[in-house]
Every structure is written in C-alpha cells, then in structure tokens.
Design a protein around this ligand. Sequence first.
Ligand code: FPP
Length: 255
Amino acid sequence: MTGLILPPGAGELKAPQISGVPKHVAIIMDGNGRWANERGLPRTEGHRQGEIALMDTIAGAVEIGVKELTVYAFSTENWKRSPAEVKFLMGYSRDVIRRRAAQLHSWGVRINWWGRRPRLWKSVITELEKAHQLTRENTRLDFNMAVNYGGRAEITDAVNQITREVAAGSLQAGHITEGVFGKRLYGKGTDVDLLIRTGGEQRISNFLLWQCAYAEFMFNPVAWPEYRRETLWDDILAFTGRERRFGTAQDKVTG
Ligand code: FPP
C-alpha cells in the first residue's frame, strides 16, 4: 500500500497551536474489519487502509507536539483470529515496518517494539529491530508499536524479571516500589495521558493496563481506516478541555 502521506509540516493543514498537548498518546486502532465488510470488502482491506491512517496520524502527532505514540498493532489475543487473518496481519506488520522505516526516520521518529517474543514471526522481530537500530538516535517522537502485546503478559513478564533479579541478589525482596516495577515494563512504564479507541467500542482490551492508571479515555466512533491527523487534533483538543485530578479534589461550591 503506497498512498501519499504529507510529511510533518508540509501540507496546507496546520496543527492547532495549543498548550496542554498530551505527552504520551496511545491508540487502539479498531474498526478495520467492520469498515471493510460494510463496503463489501474483505477484512484485510480494512487493515491495508489502516496503514494510511497510521502514517497520517504519526505525522499529525509530530506536528502537534506529542512526544510518544503507542499503537496496538497485534495483541496476544489476536492469535485467536482465523489463520488467514493472522497470517495477513503478521506479514502486513512486517511489510509496513520495512516499507515505512526510512520515511519515519526522515521525520525524526524513533521506532520501538513493545511485545512478547514467543510465537511472533522471526521476520517481524527482525524488521522491528532493524527499524529501531536505524532510528534509535531520533528524539522528535517515540513511536511504540505494540506487536504480540498484552497488558497482563507485560505485567507478568515484569514480575518474572523481578523474581530473577531478587534470586540473583541484585534486587532486595520487599523493596519493590512502583518506580522499580515500572522500569521492568516495555518503555519503562511511562504514563499514558490520552488513550484513544476508534471504531465505537468502549473497552481497554488488555492494552497498557499499568500505564493507563490516570489516562483520559476517548472513544471515537470513527473507524480506524478513516482516522486522519485532523481527527487526532480534534481528540487532543477535547483532551485539553478535560480536568485531570490524579486523585486530588477541590471544593467548587456553586450554590
Ligand atoms: C483492529 O481492527 C485492528 C487490528 C487488529 C490490526 C491493526 C492493524 C493495522 C491498523 C494495519 C496497519 C498497521 C500495522 C502496524 C500493521 P479489527 O480488525 O478488530 O476491526 P473490527 O473491530 O471492525 O473487527
């Protein structure tokens, strides 16, 4: 899938200049299959269109000043889909990374992989690692691709890592803080500020369970293949109007 994606800053469309832009945005790119089926197309066509939506959204994230973007490309539960769709998604993920790594590099994006190794196609891991090597010095945007990712799997892996470190004597049992734990997660557990789910469903689907503790949730009915940088900017504008309290409270007597 090619398709012209205007690089950050190149188009007529300008990102709104606003304060309070979320540092870390996470997206559940949902609705590909339904979008395709409603148009008489196979589900895989929705995933193909999803690539354009993803690239445009990354450009929009760079333009508005998001520093970290994490997207759910393939979950640890997605293996339950039909063998044909799993095969397509694996091959397509590999091809998207291979096709787009240089372009993302030219935009100053660092590509990171969040997920579990077992079961994941070796060719997908190879492309993800190559893309990370190519882009590792970039600082404009951290783009985390969650592939073979599950929130519970990530937490379980961190627990196992900690037990190994305790057994080896490099960590002391009973001294595990939230900070110590978070550092054993992919991406060191940076908090998500805004979680967007497209496609109209309203659930978290095992995505970034730890990192979303204080995230604002935005459920956008737009199917992922139709999501664009302007949609992201609208969601971010709505986010800036939310009041985040992080557990605090204040009297605001009106009567
Ligand atoms: C969810 O829609 C989407 C996925 C499971 C795959 C996401 C893949 C892409 C956006 C393709 C391009 C990008 C990469 C990284 C390969 P769904 O299939 O669950 O849709 P539905 O809810 O309508 O069934």
